[in-house]
Design a protein around this ligand. Structure first.
Ligand code: SF4
Length: 753
């Protein structure tokens, strides 16, 4: 059969595992037509995998792209990465000059007019209502330097901790999970672990569509060694699930019961590792009391596989099988993403996955790791590491800790007490406050909240208020949030500027500038520096002339912490394709496994034990006793089904970029609703029929895709489609710890429209 280039790419990415198992690994390295004058190094911006790319430039235009053979992806790209040139070249849709809203219309303005208006609004808000009346809302796609700079302008310059961003919507529960389990955020292993793992425990992640290049690596591992096991725990039978040895389908929201039941079986089968947990682990209750192993065993009595079956719908025997598979594996690797994070018990689900590793001692050796897959290309490096959230400070420090504030104030040369001691408003609270007119001025950069916030009608209504003000830095004129902003600024786009992305595995890679910004576009760093200057922020606080100055200060700030990446100089970044922190010196190779003596530079070489979880006071990790609790909105007689949302392989987030690629748009033009065959029969729905979805928030019509992917009682809708914004129907309940909203479960009813 002859396939088109697109078909090859798509099948390679979505179904690479099938091909791998058949013995033919797909070649996903792509070179579009064109003879470039030069190749420039960068990073793909369409998922947290963070593949290195080489941009081919000819006559000042991007003509092609190929995978960077020296980065972790070894030259491979998936379909979205291969389509980067068409997105960069979609210049007709670009915002190329500033605009100001006048009588409801955006009208062209000069940079001076736009920035003067922005600054006057921010100044008057601060004067009349204090610094907590303004806010910054950023992105896991902004460059690290942009997030670091905005964070410093707000927290040090304006004395305002209302710094948030879209990573709150995707990764906050993973941050909370790592922090509560190890005392520090970020994965402790790396991508290389995939090549050594002997059992993959994939829970709440559709890697084949959301992290295709990593999925390819998992499939390659399975191909290399058929004894390698893959367990997929997901209420949908995704392409990821189709290559699994065991697919565990469960009632959405009951994963906590399954994870506790797995721990129960591991102990029952004596697959636990007392030598490890007696030395390195504290058992902790929900109210932060230390307990012993006996108490943990007692707690698990509520989660025998039979009891968990009643909660989750997973046969007890299947729970026993996967627990034994995990417990017997010489190097199990767990992988998860939004399926665990976007829940009101997201942090707990993260903890319970980590518990399996702490209980079996499967950490700190090649292949054995608990690995959270981040959603965005720079959620880790840009937002988590720089502390650009309302409760954080750079490099894992916390606003509420006076010691952390004092240490940073010293490093930043601020007067003691400059950083406000009270955390700012988290994303949902922030947009609630904006909707209520309490936040008077908001700076939104590189994100599209009018489509991505849950229960979004509530917030777009708020954006329409006359007494609040939103400035938006957005490259595309047709992005949903443009409809609501008061000032629109034209930022330089991907590869029109330079800076760092930090992907899931703590890998920092430099994106070099390949082409000049079009029209009057400016890099966001320049926009933020201009803003700080006009706001009268002390130049000693913001002493930067360019993006490289910011990076150098950030390296220096990190060097006083375990994040230490002082060794990643610009010169080194230009030469190398990504380095993993910690990396304290210029000759340090980067760190694959944290907390391991001999690998992690934070552990003295003569330290007596193999592992040291230095993020906690006593150097021990924490195994949490977290009970199962139901979802915020369970199905009931009125709304008897569950709606879940997610991504498809062809599109990224709100589609503002990937819908610019004719190939991606044609391939996947509209959102749809995925309905199980049995449910479709029950409701008289056939493939392609219009189906009305109704929740307590809103109702919408989608075309049906009838299949066996969703389990009965569950429907799935992707969220990329601006014309069918599924977040009008979702719920804005959030996890108490991480403040991450619940996108995966809300009650819905369906009928043929
Ligand atoms: S896997 Fe992710 S980072 Fe890699 S090319 Fe695809 S979209 Fe880009």
């Amino acid at each position: 059969m002859k396939l088109t280039r697109r078909e090859v790419l798509k099948s390679a990415a979505a179904a690479s595992a099938f091909m791998a198992l058949n013995g033919t690994l797909p070649d996903m390295a792509v070179a579009a037509p064109g003879e470039p004058d030069k190749w420039v190094k960068a990073v793909c911006r369409f998922c947290g995998t963070g593949c290195g790319v080489m941009i081919g430039v000819k006559n000042g235009k991007v003509v092609t792209v190929k995978g960077d053979p020296n980065n972790h992806n070894k030259g491979f790209l998936c379909l979205k990465g291969a389509e980067l040139p068409s997105i960069v070249n979609a210049t007709k849709s670009r915002v190329t000059r500033p605009y100001i809203r006048n009588n409801g219309q955006l009208v062209p303005a000069s940079w001076d007019e736009a920035m003067n208006l922005v600054v006057s609004k921010f100044k008057s808000a601060i004067k009349e209502h204090g610094p907590t009346s303004v806010a910054y809302y950023g992105s896991g796609q902004a460059l690290t330097e942009e997030s670091y700079l905005a964070n410093k302008i707000w927290k040090a310059g304006l004395r305002c901790n209302n710094v948030e961003g879209n990573p709150r919507l995707c990764m906050a529960s993973a941050v909370g999970g790592y922090y509560t389990s190890f005392g520090k955020d970020e994965p402790i292993g790396c991508y290389k672990d995939i090549d050594a793992a002997t059992c993959f425990f994939i829970i709440g992640a559709n890697m084949s569509e959301c992290h295709p290049i990593l999925f390819k690596r998992v499939a390659a591992r399975k191909q290399a060694d058929p004894n390698v096991k893959i367990i997929v725990v997901d209420p949908r039978r995704t392409n990821t699930a189709r290559i699994a040895d065991i697919h565990v389908s469960f009632k959405p929201g009951t994963d906590l019961a399954i994870l506790n039941a797995m721990a129960y079986v591991i102990i029952e089968e004596e697959l636990d590792n007392p030598r490890f947990y007696n030395k390195y682990v504290n058992f902790m209750t929900n109210d932060k009391k230390k307990v012993d192993f006996k108490a943990y065993r007692k707690f698990l009595q509520d989660y025998t596989p039979e009891k968990a079956e009643k909660i989750s719908g997973v046969p007890a025997e299947q729970i026993r099988t996967i627990a034994k598979m995990f417990g017997n594996a010489s190097a199990p690797m767990s992988l998860w993403t939004m399926g665990l994070n976007q829940h009101i018990r997201g942090v707990w689900a993260n903890n319970l996955t980590t518990n399996l590793h702490l209980l079996t001692g499967q950490l700190g050796k090649p292949g054995a790791t608990n690995f959270s897959l981040t959603g965005q290309p720079n959620a880790c490096g840009g937002v988590r590491d720089t502390g650009s959230l309302c409760h954080l400070l750079p490099a894992g420090r916390m606003i509420k800790k006076s010691k952390d504030r004092a240490a940073l104030e010293k490093q930043w040369g601020l007067k003691p007490g400059t950083i406000a001691p009270k955390p700012g408003l988290h994303t949902i609270a922030l947009w609630n406050a904006f909707s209520e007119g309490k936040i008077k001025a908001m700076f939104v950069l590189c994100t599209n909240p009018a489509q991505s916030l849950p229960n979004v009608n509530m917030y777009t209504e708020g954006m329409k208020r006359k007494d609040n003000f939103m400035v938006l830095s957005e490259p595309f004129m047709d992005a949903e949030t443009v409809k609501y902003c008061d000032v629109l600024l034209p930022p330089a786009f991907w590869c029109e500027k330079r800076g760092v992305y930090g992907c899931t595995e703590r890998r920092y890679s430099l994106l070099m500038k390949a082409i000049e910004p079009i029209g009057e576009c400016r890099p966001d760093v320049d926009i933020l520096l201009d803003f700080a200057k006009r706001m009268g922020v002390d130049p000693k606080v913001i002493p930067f002339n360019n993006v490289d100055d910011i990076w150098d200060e950030w390296r220096e700030v990190s060097s006083a912490t375990p994040y230490n990446f002082k060794g990643m100089t610009r010169a080194r970044q230009e030469k190398e394709s990504g380095i993993l922190w910690p990396c304290p010196t210029e000759d340090h190779p980067g760190t694959c496994h944290r907390y391991v003596r001999g690998e992690d530079p934070n552990i003295p070489k003569d330290y007596k034990n193999k592992m040291w979880f230095y993020g906690t006071k006593d150097g021990k990790a924490r195994l949490w006793l977290r009970p199962y609790a139901p979802a915020a909105e369970e199905p009931d007689a009125k709304y008897p089904m569950v709606l879940t949302t997610g991504r498809v392989i062809d599109h990224w987030h709100t589609g503002t970029m990937t819908m610019k690629s004719p190939v991606l748009r044609r391939s996947f033009p509209n959102a749809y609703v995925e309905v199980n065959i049995d449910d479709a029969k029950k409701h008289g729905i056939k493939n392609g029929d219009n189906v009305l979805l109704e929740t307590r928030r809103d109702k919408m019509v989608f075309q049906a895709k009838v299949s066996d992917v969703c389990r009965p009682g569950l429907v799935f809708v992707p969220w990329f489609d601006q014309n069918l914004i599924i977040n009008k129907l979702t719920l804005n309940a959030f996890d108490k710890g991480s403040k991450q909203p619940e996108y995966k479960i809300c009650a819905v009813r369906i009928k043929k429209a």
